[in-house]
Design a protein around this ligand. Sequence first.
Ligand code: NAD
Ligand code: 6OD
Length: 496
Amino acid sequence: MRTPSASDPYPFAGQRLPCLIGGELVNSSRSFENVSPVNGRTLCSVTEADAGMVDRAVQAARGALRGPWSRLTLAERCALLRRVADCIEQRFAEFVSAEIADTGKTLAQASSLDIPRGAANFRAYADLALGRAAECFEMGTADGRGALNYSVHKPVGVVAVIAPWNLPFLLLTWKVAPALVCGNTVVAKPSEETPSSAALLAQVMQEVGLPPGVFNLVHGFGPDSAGEALTRHPDVDAIAFTGESATGAAIMKSAAASVKALSFELGGKNASLVFADADFEAALTGTLRSVFSNCGQVCLCSERLYIERPLFERFVAALAERARRLKIGGPYEGADLGPLISRAHREKVLSYYRLAREEHGEIVCGGGVPTFGDERDGGAFIEPTIVRGLAEDARCVKEEIFGPVCHVAPFDSEEQAVALANDTRYGLAAAVWTSSLQRAHRVARAMEVGIAWVNDWFLRDLRTPFGGVKLSGIGREGGAHSLAFFSEPMNICIKL
Ligand code: NAD
Ligand code: 6OD
């Protein structure tokens, strides 16, 4: 894989991105602009799928369930998935450049996390599916001859995959790969903010020879657009969605009429607990990462830091010092922090910066917008921000902000720290920093979340369960959990 650079062109410059429906690239009269968050310039235009196009995509996916795809063996499907991973790696620079153009994220992050994880998702699920065991139970019968039960895994059918904009390729492929390996067909809808890496994926699916209709791509928005049409569609059997909790609620309503299976990975308001016995430097560096990575736009980011009182002032001062030194800039400038995804999202995050002041918080650092004196002033850059002194019931402490910002507060006992961390309607992730083995186990287990890290953050093994409790989601993905969601188990009972 060649290391991408600023001279790699954005693959779709000035073009119109089509949808992929039943193996055909399709345009319509409706389109929207894809805008760079680095400078506000238009990158390309994107075909918006209306309800009719979504219907054609779903029918193509349903038809493909009865075609050559259904006759492939599991090993053949896995081989196709591995070819998808190979192709992503062969076109690595294009994928990186597409992801960077849409999001403004740093070259370092796109090339070390987003795109490699996209390829890894396909390989991981190929391996996992091949290793999946079937259940088998022998039973006694009255005539003494017995019976044998064994399970087979069938595809669920047509799966809608709806992805957000923060880690666009990682999160889309995280669902597309297991859906395909289990024999389903897919209609994918990336976020309207980030259509480009999904458009490249559609090309790759054609290159590797996936039968037409097995992978379909529709672009568009949520309400009154492609997203809603897809989630309402009666011929969609399952929806795998990542995004905001409020969007999850809207999708549940749309999906209710046809009782679709749902897997939801939703928002978070994650806590980090830093105990006084933690390795100071490791906790500081890890916390800096967990608050500001991807400009704070990772669902797992820590927006609430609770620090044991003896350490509090020193830790906050050091964190603020490191936050002030973070370099803000464009993707190819060796910056630590790129822009937010859009001006609209920046306005939302800035409204929380203002609210923090109204709620009597003290801005320790940041709180505004940087100026560059060049075209980046047309982008969506924002300062990394630390707030202290808010009441625990302040909106800034309770609501997901999804930007490079955290609130810091001291705690006096382990019990208090656990209670503060769990006092939220969300339950996605937590980080615990301590050098006590007993405390690590005790506190991690007490966190009401889907995943708790001890002395690290966003360290991922793709075989493990991933998801959230409370407002943070429904179900688990990852490893056997994804294979279970994307399959219908069926029992066959043979009388011997
Ligand atoms: P979003 O909910 O606004 O949009 C996500 C996707 O849903 C987009 O493709 C959008 O077009 C579509 N959509 C919006 N309304 C819809 C509707 N009514 N019907 C069907 N589709 C609809 O989320 P976002 O702003 O793109 O992403 C940020 C959010 O995602 C944050 O809340 C973040 O915490 C969450 N997130 C969660 C995880 C996780 O794993 N739990 C991962 C990443 C992001
Ligand atoms: O690592 C993953 O598999 C995953 N789903 C990460 C989600 C990150 C949220 O922004």
